[in-house]
Design a protein around this ligand. Sequence first.
Ligand SMILES: O=P(O)(O)O[C@H]1O[C@H](CO)[C@@H](O)[C@H]1O
Ligand SMILES: O=c1cc[nH]c(=O)[nH]1
Length: 245
Amino acid sequence: MLTPEPHTQLTTAISTDRAIIMGDPARVDTIASLMDNVQEWAYNREYKSIVGEYKEKKILAMSTGIGAPSAGIGVEELHRVGVHYVVRVGSAGAMQKGIGLGKLIIAEGVVREDGLSKRYVPEIYPAVPSYRLMNLAHKYAPEAVYGIVRSHDGFYTDDNADDEAFWSGKGIVGSDMESGILMVIGRQRGMETLSILNNVVLYEGDLSAGVNSLVSGEDIVAQGEKESLLAALNILSDESLEATL
Ligand SMILES: O=P(O)(O)O[C@H]1O[C@H](CO)[C@@H](O)[C@H]1O
Ligand SMILES: O=c1cc[nH]c(=O)[nH]1
């Protein structure tokens, strides 16, 4: 009997080296509808997981909740059960004018404004995706906005608007909360990672309205979510990715 990882309840019996992670457990149900032979794996705390197939490749999908601490635990436990390739499919707020709702934003690097990743490596260490997965992103999502994103720890700090204006001025294209920790832990553990984000808030737009539009499944952001999930599934089932198990 294999001992499950304490938070995700995963074991090596998932028998796959590739995973798609997302903040919201509801998104796991959405990706399940795009996959074949889906098996529910576990639902403990914020970690809901399924194993299914896409183009005959076995892929795990798992939610990690909001923020770096819970995402970091999820990524570490993925590593412990043999996962090598991890693609995050998240939502984001645009940091530049002209990036429309439902537009995909793919992180070429991440400004690490979270707390946890600094406990792994100093802030001058870059958070960057896998070159191989990035090449596949260009194959399957050529119209996405590619650029540096920012991963932060919260929305409601007193200086949030100033912080966003500062990073927008530096050319950052979008904000999320987990891409930075994914890439930092991934590099430390020898995993290959990528982050694909669906824009749900226009730059300087209303955060509550944007995030609520995702919750209520409004067409334009639901379409962006579906595109982001299909891009991740196509990337992880691409024949060029070597099996590592
Ligand atoms: O939609 P998910 O993947 O949760 O991603 C974004 O949405 C949450 C905030 O609303 C944060 O987790 C942020 O990174
Ligand atoms: O503005 C936003 C929207 C979603 N997620 C974020 O981190 N920021």
